[in-house]
Design a protein around this ligand. Structure first.
Ligand SMILES: O=C(O)CCC(=O)C(=O)O
Ligand SMILES: [Fe+2]
Length: 698
């Protein structure tokens, strides 16, 4: 780059991707890293300029007073736009407009897509450490990415890879501190907890300021027309937009990368935790300060008021207890902004997703409260309905039997059901695996990642649908895969968590086939002992519930399709991974289900002859980790039903397929990556917090 100037990141990225597809790994790695550097530099420049211009032309000082505030506001808006242009121009070298990347590329960066390419490039360059950290960085923000999930598992099994290589290069400091803090807190290590939680609070507040700064209008890529003189309404609307954007920052900082919903009340809960932790380490003065700060959010919170009394007594009347100044400022500013937004929403229309649970009732206009109350009621009723259904039903299908329960399996949350599928359904699903194998596409048998003595084939629901669409497999078989997994979901939900929705997290039709070569005296396993949602530490009797484990998995199921093979039984162990507590022999229609945590370590014995097929199923309570592929697969199914204009389940006429649009490929370019798997962008995701209307006050 020219000294002191930033090369536009989209150009570097485009060149990097080009080099990548030309398999020029060294150049690709260099260009992609420079693109990331430029991207970060641009962001920093924007922040600095917004800061500088904020001081120069205070855009949002006080709420508009009486008088011609629109005119004053308007002047300031123009002044600011001017200031930003100049500032950015001088910092970036080239005109700010040269740094305006297309939306597609912006999205790519928001989703950390460059790390997806980088991982491969580093791997090819045999820079394993960097490959692992790039893979992890990408995966943290894209936990549903199938290919990366597999890659991460591969890395985990490689001997040269240390666990601290799994670093998030883009980690937000407050998340790191928060998670460490919570670990100490939960382990009753309050001295360390206080340290990390204070750090987390500090960093979160600073991230919040950064986020808010980026809301500052006008954005340099806004069109000039928006600022024509006389358009006071437009400016007022813009002003409200900025305020809303700033308010949404609360969600942005409280949302873990890769998650959809935010941690509720992120800032106030820090103060609550700190209050307790300071109390535990014998520092009533700071505990009282945190309590007083917490009360700014929830002035009538009984337990904290009670605590406050104790602290006052303990400290004596002479010691003044005050809330933290930065928190007071935070609360006041937030209330002021909300007041304006609610005022505008009431009088000008529009909506406002209040990110906070602590907003005082008085602040919300009557007619809006009404609407919230209704939403609340609806939600409650839905939950009640679910619970009711759960209580009533034992198993949601006739004929299914419970063959073994937890007690018979010497553990907790384990069960074996039989007769979930009929013989003919098993046959159809086995035919699906055969047909898929014939296509040589997406279902290529490869060496098992677990053992050199077996081949491993896997088919996802979406792939099955796509093969059906291409006429490679029978539609009805593909549909059966969807149905069988849904049936299992219902069974597992009603057995383990009646009334609490289980979502699909991942569905995989998997066959393990013994290779021809020597099988004699095999000592290895088809699948080593593991837990499904944490990383078993065989020595420490611990199971680390942290990425790259699929920590959001809550229940696992395996629906077996056949028994004409040798070996291949599933077994459960104690946490020591060697004491076997239960065995399950696969057979058609048998569904084994268990909670995915450390209470259920399990493995699969070697398959020494033949082919063992099963549908592996993982479920989650968190809607944000719901299987994206399934949504698409179901769409394809519906689309097909509509296009063929025939009831479900009728014969598939291969000749019709030319009329159907082919689906987007899951994987673009060189066949392995990067994917065009559609995820919601970070910003889309954070706009829709799932848990926000959980409170009762409305
Ligand atoms: O196929 C089985 O029986 C178990 C497979 C399993 O545990 C897994 O894929 O996590
Ligand atoms: Fe498993």
């Amino acid at each position: 780059s020219v000294a002191g100037r930033l090369v536009p990141y989209d150009l570097l990225y485009a060149d990097g991707v080009r080099a990548y597809f030309a398999r020029d790994w060294g150049r690709a790695a260099e260009l992609l890293q420079r693109a990331l550097y430029s991207y970060a530099g641009l962001r920093a420049a924007r922040l600095a300029c917004r800061d500088a211009c904020l001081r120069e032309a205070a855009f949002l000082g006080e709420p508009p007073a009486a008088g011609p505030w629109e005119a004053a506001l308007f002047d300031r808006v123009l002044q600011r736009a001017d200031c930003l242009q100049h500032c950015l121009g001088s910092r970036l070298g080239a005109a700010p407009s040269a740094h305006r990347a297309s939306l597609v590329i912006q999205r790519d960066f928001e989703r950390r897509e460059p790390y997806n390419y980088l991982q491969v490039a580093f791997f090819q360059l045999k820079k394993l450490d960097q490959a692992v950290s790039a893979a992890h960085t990408f995966f943290v923000a894209n936990p549903q990415h199938l290919q990366m999930r597999e890659d991460i598992e591969k890395y985990r099994r490689m001997s040269g890879v240390k666990s601290d290589n799994f670093r998030d290069l883009e980690a937000a400091p407050h998340w790191e501190a928060y998670e460490a803090g919570m670990q100490h807190y939960n382990a009753d290590e309050y001295v360390q907890a206080v340290d990390r939680l204070e750090e987390s609070l500090r960093e979160a507040l600073s991230a919040l300021e950064e986020c808010r700064a980026l809301c500052e209008g006008p954005l340099e890529d806004e069109e000039e027309e928006d600022l024509q003189p006389g358009l006071y309404e437009a400016i007022a609307a813009h002003y409200i937009q900025v305020l809303k954007c700033r308010q949404q920052c609360v969600l942005e900082i409280a949302t873990k990368p890769g998650w959809i919903s935010a941690t509720e009340d992120f800032i106030p809960s820090h103060l609550d935790l700190l209050q307790f932790a300071y109390d535990q380490v014998g520092n009533p003065a700071l505990a009282a300060e945190c309590a007083a700060s917490y009360l700014l959010f929830y002035p009538t919170d009984e337990p904290v008021l009670e605590k406050m009394k104790q602290y006052r007594a303990e400290l004596g009347q002479d010691t003044a207890v005050t809330a933290r100044e930065n928190i007071r400022h935070y609360v006041q500013r937030s209330l002021m902004e909300k007041k304006l937004i609610y005022y505008a929403t009431e009088h000008l229309g529009g909506t406002f997703n209040d990110p906070d649970l602590w907003t005082p009732d008085e602040l919300i206009p009557e007619n809006l409260k009404q609407k919230y109350r209704e939403d609340q009621k609806k939600q409650k009723q839905e939950t009640l309905d679910m619970e009711e259904r759960g209580k009533r039903g034992s198993l949601p299908f006739e004929g299914i039997t419970v063959t073994m329960d937890s007690q018979q399996m010497n553990g907790t949350q384990r069960v074996v059901f039989d007769r979930v599928l009929t013989e003919s359904e098993c046959k159809d699903l086995l035919r699906l695996t055969e047909a898929a194998r014939g296509t040589g596409d997406g279902y290529r048998a490869r060496r098992s990642p677990h053992t050199p003595h077996e081949r491993f084939e896997g088919l996802t629901v979406l792939k099955a649908m796509q093969l059906a669409q291409n006429g490679d497999v029978d539609w009805r078989d593909a549909k059966l895969l969807l149905q069988a997994s849904e049936k299992s979901r219902k069974i597992i939900e009603s057995y383990f968590t009646p009334g609490k929705k289980l979502h699909f997290s991942f569905t995989h039709l998997v066959c393990r086939t013994a290779v021809e070569e020597e099988q004699e005296g095999r000592m290895d396993l088809s699948h080593p002992v593991h837990a499904d949602n944490c990383l078993l530490d065989p020595e420490g009797k611990e199971c680390w519930k942290e990425p790259p484990a699929y920590v959001y998995r809550d229940y696992s199921g395996i629906l077996y399709l056949n028994d004409d093979f040798r070996g291949g039984s599933l077994f459960f162990t104690d946490i020591d991974t060697v004491t076997v507590t239960a065995n399950v022999h696969p057979k058609c229609g048998r569904l084994v289900a268990f909670s995915s945590g450390k209470e259920n370590p399990h493995g699969v014995r070697a398959v020494s002859q033949g082919r063992r097929c099963a549908i592996a199923l993982w479920y989650t309570h968190s809607a944000e980790h719901a299987e994206q592929e399934r949504v698409k697969a179901e769409e394809l199914m519906e689309q097909r039903a509509v296009e063929e204009n025939q009831p479900d389940g009728e014969e598939y006429h291969g000749a019709d397929r030319s009329s159907r649009s082919s689906p987007e490929p899951l994987v673009s370019g060189g066949g392995t990556r990067p994917t065009s798997q559609k995820h919601k962008s970070v910003s889309e995701r954070t706009q829709h917090p799932k848990k926000l209307r959980a409170r009762d006050e409305f």
